[in-house]
Design a protein around this ligand. Structure first.
Ligand code: 13P
Length: 252
C-alpha cells in the first residue's frame, strides 16, 4: 500500500519569523494523521534551518525546493544537496515547472540533480507536467513521457522505489483551474506505466505520484480518491494552516 504523501511547497513566501509562526500552528493541526499520511513542507532556503528545529518531534518532514547538481564549487547563488541534508532536509523538490519556465531547467538538469540528492542521502520529488498549449495540442502524454524518461534515466529500481513523482499540469498551477480527477488519473496511470517499463511492476506499484495544481480543501478528497493519485503537492493552500490541514485530512 502506498502511504498518502501531502507536501506543501511554500515557493518564495515567508520570512524566517513568518515560517516559524506557520509551523507552530501546523504541528498541532496535522498531528492526528501521524500513521496514515506522510506530511512535509518546503519553506524557502533561508528558513530551512530554523524550521527544522521547530519540526523536531513532529510528524512533518522537511523538503527543499531545489538544489544544484554539484556537491560544492564556484556556482554563485546556488545551494548544494549536502548543505540541505545538513540542515535537516529529507526531500528536495526538483524540476518544478516554475524552475523550468523561469530559470531554464531541463530534464537533463533534473536528472543530474537527482543524483546529487540521492548521494547526499535525501530523496527527490520529481515534477513533471504539460503546458496549456501542449494539452490543447493533444501532447500531454508525449510531454510527460519525455519528462519522466529524461529525468529518471539511469536510475536503478533500488534507487527509484523511494522516489516521489509529482504530476503538476502547468495550466493548473496557481490558476484555480484544477485538472479533473479523471484527467489527473489518466496521466498518473500513464506515469505508473512508464515506471513499470523502467523499474518493473513491483517498484512501479510502490512509487508515490502526487498531484499538484490548485489543490484545495474542497477538491482534495476527490483527487486523492483516484487509484493512482497518492498524495498532493500543494502550493497556495499550504500557506494557510486550516486549508493545508483539511487537505492532509482529506483522505479520510
Ligand atoms: P498551487 O497549489 O498554488 O496551484 O501550486 C501548485 C504547485 O506548484 C505546487 O508545487
Amino acid at each position: 500500500m502506498r502511504r498518502c504523501f501531502i507536501a506543501g511547497n511554500w515557493k518564495m513566501n515567508k520570512t524566517v519569523a513568518e515560517s516559524l509562526a506557520l509551523v507552530r500552528e501546523l504541528r498541532g493541526a496535522v498531528s492526528m494523521v501521524r500513521d496514515r499520511v506522510e506530511v512535509a513542507i518546503a519553506p524557502p532556503f533561508t528558513a530551512l534551518q530554523a524550521v527544522a528545529k521547530a519540526l523536531e518531534d513532529s510528524n512533518i518532514g522537511l523538503a527543499a525546493q531545489n538544489c544544484h547538481f554539484e556537491g560544492s564549487g564556484a556556482f554563485t547563488g546556488e545551494v548544494a544537496a549536502p548543505m540541505l541534508k545538513e540542515v535537516g532536509c529529507s526531500w528536495v523538490i526538483l524540476g518544478h515547472s516554475e524552475r523550468r519556465q523561469y530559470f531554464g531547467e531541463t530534464d537533463e538538469g533534473v536528472n543530474k540533480r537527482i543524483g546529487a540528492v540521492v548521494k547526499a542521502g535525501m530523496l527527490p520529488i520529481v515534477c513533471v507536467g504539460e503546458t496549456l498549449a501542449e494539452r490543447e495540442g493533444g501532447k500531454t502524454l508525449e510531454v510527460v513521457t519525455r519528462q519522466v524518461k529524461g529525468c529518471l534515466a539511469g536510475y536503478s529500481a533500488v534507487q527509484g522505489e523511494k522516489f516521489v513523482l509529482a504530476y503538476e499540469p502547468v495550466w493548473a498551477i496557481g490558476t484555480g483551474k484544477t485538472a479533473t480527477s479523471r484527467q489527473a488519473q489518466e496521466v498518473h496511470a500513464h506515469i505508473r506505466m512508464l515506471l513499470k517499463e523502467q523499474w518493473g511492476a513491483g517498484v512501479a506499484d510502490q512509487v508515490r505520484i502526487q498531484y499538484g495544481g490548485s489543490v484545495k480543501a474542497d477538491n482534495a478528497a476527490e483527487l486523492l480518491g483516484m487509484p493512482d493519485i497518492d498524495g498532493a503537492l500543494v502550493g497556495g493552500a499550504s500557506l494557510k494552516v486550516a486549508d493545508f490541514a483539511a487537505i492532509v485530512k482529506a483522505k479520510g
